[in-house]
Design a protein around this ligand. Sequence first.
Ligand SMILES: *Cc1c(COP(=O)(O)O)cnc(C)c1O
Length: 313
Amino acid sequence: MTSPDSAAALGPATGSPAAVGPAALRPRLPSPLQTVEDERFARRGLRLLLKRDDLIHPDLIGNKWRKLEPNLRAAAGRTIVTFGGAYSNHLRATAAAGRLLGLPTIGVVRGHELAGQPLNPSLSRCAADGMRLRFIDRSTYRRKSEPDVLATILRDVGVAYVVPEGGSNSRAVQSCTALGQELRGHADVVAVACGTGGTLAGLAAGLGPGQRALGIPVLKGGFLTDEIRALQEQAFGGRRGDWSLDDRFHFGGYARTTPELEAFARDFEDRHGLPVERLYVAKMLYGLVTLAEEGAFAQGTTVTAVITGRPFP
Ligand SMILES: *Cc1c(COP(=O)(O)O)cnc(C)c1O
């Protein structure tokens, strides 16, 4: 099932399973930290830094690297089964990891109606990377963590390692503490876009005293605070770090956008030469600029924006 040879070919490896694991993919860590000149911040005496997690790895981008890395090791060659929507960055990253490390992957996709249709570009990429795709209806998808539903999904898979939707299990959250540790001494406020909140849960735990994390949820609903508490509880045994959410910048919900957000993202790209991922990063940057303009940060504050992804394709 595993093919250690193909993984070993990617980097220096001694032949033990750990050595042919994700470290062989040579991530760029710690990720670069860049200062940018942005008058919307400078005018208020604020400094803006970009934490370029999008440069960690060309295929396992941003927080997807941080969250998958410990799970790839834990899978130890087993088939990886995971879940996502039709445009999931997590599914694409998992599929790429499968290709690079020679691990079989199965992606369970929300939406039975997608079966038998031409694949969208994101799912095509997954399939080209060798991921086997299964489409399930939305009500079953919602119940995918229930043991009997999961057992049905996995019926003919054999021995598998299951990674939850978005990749946010305890291993992933613990791994994201490194993001916070890399930023110790470099920021007062660290902003990150939130889907499941796993990245924020780990980031906040890794920051030092006096630093705080600010999450910008891209989904509508306001249920994320409880989920992040639960993720921290599972990963660390209790609440960690100073973090909060600002729920005003979801623009209608996941993958929704508005002409205003689109114009904002293009303008940010023009100003700073940064390719702005639209599902998450654009909303987080919009939120930060708005907060700066509202005077939410005291003069002298260093604000760091975590660039968790890159536009696809
Ligand atoms: C997945 C993803 C996120 C959200 O991460 P969570 O840990 O699920 O909150 C943020 N930004 C980008 C670009 C992503 O792909």
